[in-house]
Design a protein around this ligand. Structure first.
Ligand code: ATP
Length: 199
């Protein structure tokens, strides 16, 4: 099964683009959503998180997000540590998802695909890109957060330029109609690549 990684900075439009691929019947795995679920359901993760962050990390068996966020916000090393606990399990879970999928290819979506070395499991990578000021305005409008908060989140991610240099495809997501067109072209290219591999 061909795996396509989809990444892009905060507010670039990954979810928006993903929905366009879903319309073509492509199964999509949203790493962040699955990671959040696994943090509450996997006893293995729970144990390791408590080892690092203490018993307060969980309240009534549910991850204490506020407490964890407070710590990792001030301490990037702890964020790396948290990622190193959660992401191997997410990848394992994703492999099962791939085994069960019947779509032409699958998409693995993650804002921190490269930061977590997730690109190794991908045959192709797509970066969704948009100007920084546009992304900031989108996130402020969507999440009702301050500009400083958005800038802080952007600072923790690789730049668009770095992501693009490591990608096979780039989607410039500014005008939605043009984005749809780019998705259609890339989808066709990917189907072609699958056919070529079969020959
Ligand atoms: P995050 O990394 O924060 O999850 P994301 O990359 O998944 O963000 P989206 O949630 O798809 O980004 O988009 C951010 C916001 O911008 C959403 O409210 C979305 O509806 C809006 N948006 C996305 N693309 C466009 C566009 N081309 N034109 C106008 N609004 C857009």
């Amino acid at each position: 099964m061909m795996v396509v990684g989809l990444t892009g900075g905060i507010g670039s439009g990954k979810t928006t683009v993903l929905k366009m691929f879903q319309k073509y019947g492509i199964d999509c795995y949203i790493a962040d959503v699955e990671a959040k679920k696994l943090m509450n359901s996997s006893n293995e993760i729970k144990k390791e998180v408590i080892d690092v962050f203490g018993n307060q990390a969980y309240i009534d068996n549910q991850l204490n997000r506020k407490y964890i966020a407070q710590i990792v916000f001030q301490n990037p090393d702890k964020l790396d540590l948290l990622n190193s606990i959660v992401h191997p399990k997410v990848r394992k879970h994703f492999r099962k998802f791939v085994e069960n999928s019947t779509s032409a290819y699958v998409i693995y979506e993650s804002a921190i695909l490269f930061e977590n070395n997730g690109e190794k499991q991908c045959d192709f990578i797509i970066t969704v890109s948009a100007p920084k000021n546009v992304r900031i305005q989108r996130v402020i409008a969507r999440d009702n957060v301050s500009e400083i908060e958005v800038l802080h989140r952007i600072k923790n991610q690789l730049s668009d330029e770095e992501k693009i240099s490591k990608s096979d495809f780039v989607i410039e997501n500014i005008d939605l109609e043009l984005t749809k067109l780019q998705v259609r072209i890339i989808h066709q290219e990917l189907l072609k690549a699958i056919d070529t591999l079969k020959e």
